[in-house]
Design a protein around this ligand. Structure first.
Ligand SMILES: C[S@@+](CC[C@H](N)C(=O)[O-])C[C@H]1O[C@@H](n2cnc3c(N)ncnc32)[C@H](O)[C@@H]1O
Length: 220
């Protein structure tokens, strides 16, 4: 992935986000050790950002699409309103088992439920409403995830999509890596659609690899 933001600035922003608790430091270290694709974790800055969004919304019901080893679910759990819960979807059994152990080793075992299987099938069975939905699974399916969760979003809820800049692959002429082109093109179509979709208001922020915030517009 190309550096969209100068690495010194990224490090500075990470260092000036509240340090993670011990259980998340352990998840981060074990994920870096055991998973070559450890960069999929949201990490310290974005983890705190998600926690703060969950907190500011007073969220009680959160849906995550893409658990991996549990870093983002555990980050969001720290911001939940009393009695709140996180449902997190994961298709890869090894990722789900690792996340389950990590969650069991945290203070939030009773607040996070891992729903194993293809996320679109899982979402179809969940009634909502969701106060926050975090979309962070396979990039070619973002639009389908968005359409599946929009009707289940609480009126004052937010959809948060990760990697919407995708290392710059969404920009014309920036498709540096052929392997990433399909995802980059799908995300570019998704980004184009969102900003002219009258059902929603969105902002694509340049946090890390691009984080888009979306709210629903209620018909008047
Ligand atoms: C970018 S990682 C998630 C990172 C995680 N949110 C974190 O910050 O640690 C994407 C995850 O989505 C999972 N995934 C991919 N396709 C999926 C699908 N169709 N349904 C559910 N999970 C899926 C992958 O197995 C992977 O664990």
């Amino acid at each position: 992935m190309v550096d969209l933001i100068h690495p010194d600035v990224v490090s500075y922003a990470e260092e000036h986000s509240t340090p993670p608790p011990e259980y998340l430091v352990a998840v981060d270290a074990a994920t870096r050790r055991d998973f070559p694709a450890w960069g999929m974790m949201v990490g310290r800055q974005e983890g705190r950002f998600l926690e703060l969004l969950v907190f500011a919304l007073g969220a009680k019901t959160v849906l995550e699409i893409g658990t991996f080893t549990g870093y983002s679910a555990l980050s969001m759990a720290a911001g939940l309103a009393p009695g709140g819960r996180i449902f997190t979807c994961e298709v890869n059994p090894h990722h789900a088992a690792t996340a389950r152990k990590n969650i069991d080793d945290s203070p939030f075992a009773d607040r996070i439920e891992i729903l194993e299987g293809p996320a679109l099938e899982t979402i179809a069975k969940l009634p909502g409403p969701f106060d926050l939905v975090f979309i962070d699974a396979d990039k070619v399916t973002y639009d389908a995830y968005f359409e599946a969760v929009l009707p289940k979003l609480a009126p004052r809820g937010l959809i948060v999509c990760d990697n919407t800049l995708f290392g710059g692959s969404v920009l014309p002429g920036w498709d540096l890596d052929a392997e990433r082109r399909e995802s980059g093109e799908a995300l570019a179509r998704f980004n184009d659609k969102l900003c002219s979709d009258p059902r929603v208001v969105c902002a694509l922020t340049t946090i890390r690899d691009g984080v888009t915030l979306i709210r629903k517009v209620e018909p008047s």
